[in-house]
Design a protein. Structure first.
Length: 294
């Protein structure tokens, strides 16, 4: 199975049309059709259902699409790394990021590196711990940023300079909006929105023996989406301060939890990672700026 053939396959899967895919790939339609038939023969599975003017992926085709996307991403990353081994003026660094206002510190470090190496390009993927560590483990990312302490047997890490503050976001006319801080008693019985990870491992620990009184109405991986449900009056969101716009014009307010709940942020990388020269330079730079290393 060749990388070129997988690129052909992904183009057809995206376009759902052999003619359009062939034009994008700058190959003839017979060449493309022959390559895909050979791929189906090699795998012993039918990958497409062909219709009059379009094609659709079979179940096996969808499985191959998911696997091929990772393989192609890895192949592209390898090519980029080797192209820049002898060219420290540029290169690519891949980040997987959690949501936090502390990402500003990472942005500042990227800006400093960009001033030294103008041809440097960076790629950002957002997600929770499960999403970004999966890509980091597969070598698709160089660095990840987590809101929980990483597994030290697998990762090295640096701690961001400050901590995030947990609080509740709610409409300005919500009964709890008149309070300066939010206690566990205030949240008991309220429909709550937060990440499943945060609810299970952070909020539940904060609430201690009252955790069973808290009701997770809905879990969200992106705070912005959760804020839309809060604005609709469906519940209260638990998140970091400064993640959501709570200006007077927003219609929302943020109230910190009490006892205060702080959350550190971690920049991590695999213990078995082989960095490009540019990624090494970035890590050296960040080590000079950040605090304790693990």
């Amino acid at each position: 199975m060749e990388i070129k053939t997988l690129r052909y396959f992904l183009a057809v899967a995206r376009e759902e049309n052999m003619t359009h895919a062939a034009e994008l790939l700058h190959v003839t339609q017979p060449t493309l059709s022959k390559a895909l038939r050979a791929l189906e023969d090699e795998l012993g599975k039918k990958l497409f259902t062909r219709h009059s003017f379009s094609i659709a992926l079979t179940m096996e085709g969808r499985l191959l699409r998911d696997r091929a996307e990772h393989l192609i991403s890895m192949a592209d990353k390898i090519e980029e790394e080797f192209l820049t081994l002898d060219d420290i003026t540029g290169g690519d660094i891949y980040f997987g990021l959690a949501e936090s206002c502390q990402i500003q510190y990472l942005a500042q470090e990227v800006k400093k590196l960009k001033s030294r190496y103008p041809n440097f390009t960076y790629h950002i993927t957002s997600g929770d711990t499960e999403q970004v560590t999966e890509k980091l483990d597969k070598g698709l990312l160089d660095f990840a940023v987590l809101t929980e302490k990483p597994e030290t047997r697998k990762y090295h890490y640096l701690v961001f300079p400050v901590s995030d503050t947990w609080g509740a976001v709610m409409p300005q006319d919500h009964p709890l909006a008149s309070k300066k801080v939010i206690w566990v008693d205030d949240l008991a019985g309220q429909p709550l929105f937060t990440s499943e990870q945060g609810f299970r491992f952070v909020i539940s620990e904060w609430a201690k023996d009252r955790a069973e009184e808290l009701h997770l109405e809905g879990s969200f991986r992106l705070s912005y989406n959760a804020a839309m449900f809060v604005k609709a009056g469906l519940g209260v969101m638990l998140t970091f301060e400064h993640i959501i716009d709570c200006s007077p014009e927003s219609g929302l307010v943020f109230r910190p939890l009490y006892p205060a709940l702080q959350n550190k942020l971690y920049l991590i990388w695999s213990k078995y990672q082989t960095f490009t020269p540019l990624a090494e330079k970035f890590l050296e730079q960040v080590r000079e700026s950040f605090l304790p290393q693990g």
